[in-house]
Ligand binder design. Sequence first.
Ligand SMILES: [Zn+2]
Length: 281
Amino acid sequence: MFDQDIAPHVIEFGPGDADLAVVCNMHGDEPTGARAIHRILEPSPEFERAVKFIVANPPASISNHRSLDVDMNRVFPGDPEADERERRLAAQLVTETANCDTVSFHTTHSTNEPVAFVSEGDPRALEIVSQLPITYVVNEASVVDGSFCSTGQVVSIEAGKVQQPNATAKAEMLIRAFLDNEGAVSEEPPMHAPVTNYFELYDKVDKPSGDESYELLARNFERVEEGEAYAKSKKGFLLADEPFVPILMSQSGYGEIFGYRGQKVGESVEDAKEAWLDEEK
Ligand SMILES: [Zn+2]
């Protein structure tokens, strides 16, 4: 079949062997990261360290579909022998980014403000994200399986809403910050970083089935108190049975769930390390 030899598309700039990577288009209908990379590469900047720029899922991108066979961001570390194309692509991406500090770009239905995701227990991922100008960092490990972050020194970033031009500008700003922090491109003084808040996911928020009339009331990253309504429908209000911080919640982003419940762990990378890294290891 024509698609048997599909692979992530990789271009490399700069001297030496790359140990930095910028990944886009894991979901084929999220062109934001690719547009941001194009803006950065267009003026042919000079790279002082080698960087790989990777289109993770070229066949889905060409057809403008989120996925062809399975959600690529749920099948890591992948399988080079699998029938599903995304499992094969995931395995290739892991090989391609092995030992690279990596940022991977997505867009979402839920929030305009960029959100970074890391997996618990990778100190390098925390170092990378702590230097980025980003307000929200979320550890997704306890709720999400098989994401790209789970493979190591990888930070996944939801740059903003799908197809919104300012999501491209935010992705571009974050890629530039990453390249500058890592010494790959020095062109601008370091940007002022906002206070970064660290959260962890601990559960999903299910949508009740058989009723499509729900309206979401909760706002992402604004804590919902016990007894507070977080959604309403013709049948009434959905009330929180315990306090939680809504994360990636939207009416239409997912089929079965609104999004996730989280809790805040702190406002510094030290707080996050204390909560997430096992110092004994
Ligand atoms: Zn995505």
